[in-house]
Ligand binder design. Structure first.
Ligand code: ZN
Length: 170
C-alpha cells in the first residue's frame, strides 16, 4: 500500500492523467465565486479540455501537494465580453407567470437550431428584456489558488470518453 502511494507521488500533471484539484476562485475585486475543498475536489482528465485552457496549462508538471496561485486572463478563460451578444426579447416571449428581474438567468431555445442558450437579463426595458448572451464570467480575469490533491493514470475508458470517471459518471 505504501509503495502505491509513493508511486502515485512520482506522477506529474500531464495529458492522460486524472487530476484531483482543490481550489478557490476569486475575481479581480477579491470576491470568491467558487471553490472545491480537498475532501471534495474537482476531478478532471488533463489534456481533454475539461477545464479552461489557461488553468490547464498552468497545472502542467505539478505534483501532489503542489500549491499555486494562477491568474487566468479572459482570453484563456471565458472570453472577452462581446458587445454584440445582447438581444432584446419582447415580454410576450416569456411565460406569463415568470417574474422577470434584472440579473436573472433565463434559458432560451434558439430558433432554427433548437439549441438551448443560457442568458442573463441585463436590463428590463419598456419594449422587452435585454438579454446578455455572454458567459457570466466573460471579460473577467480569474484568480485561482489551487492545490493538486490527487493524480492517477486515466483508464482507457476515460481516455476514450474524454473525461474522468467517478462512482457517479460513466
Ligand atoms: Zn465516460
Amino acid at each position: 500500500m505504501k509503495k502505491d502511494l509513493e508511486k502515485q507521488n512520482d506522477l506529474a500533471v500531464e495529458d492522460g492523467l486524472v487530476v484531483s484539484l482543490s481550489y478557490v476562485l476569486r475575481l479581480d475585486d477579491g470576491e470568491q465565486i467558487d471553490s472545491a475543498a480537498s475532501d471534495d475536489p474537482l476531478v478532471y482528465l488533463h489534456g481533454a479540455q475539461n477545464i479552461i485552457p489557461g488553468l490547464e496549462e498552468a497545472l502542467l508538471g505539478l505534483k501532489v501537494g503542489d500549491v499555486r496561485d494562477v491568474a487566468v486572463s479572459p482570453n484563456e478563460a471565458y472570453g472577452e465580453m462581446n458587445p454584440d451578444a445582447f438581444e432584446l426579447v419582447p415580454y410576450e416571449a416569456f411565460p406569463s407567470d415568470l417574474e422577470l428581474e434584472e440579473g436573472m438567468g433565463v434559458r432560451m431555445v434558439e430558433s432554427g437550431t433548437g439549441r438551448q442558450v443560457e442568458a442573463y437579463i441585463s436590463e428590463l426595458r419598456d419594449d422587452g428584456a435585454l438579454l446578455d448572451l455572454n458567459h457570466p464570467l466573460a471579460g473577467e480575469t480569474l484568480y485561482f489558488n489551487v492545490e493538486v490533491v490527487g493524480l492517477r493514470r486515466a483508464t482507457s475508458d476515460e481516455i476514450a470518453h474524454g473525461h474522468a470517471h467517478s462512482d457517479h459518471t460513466h
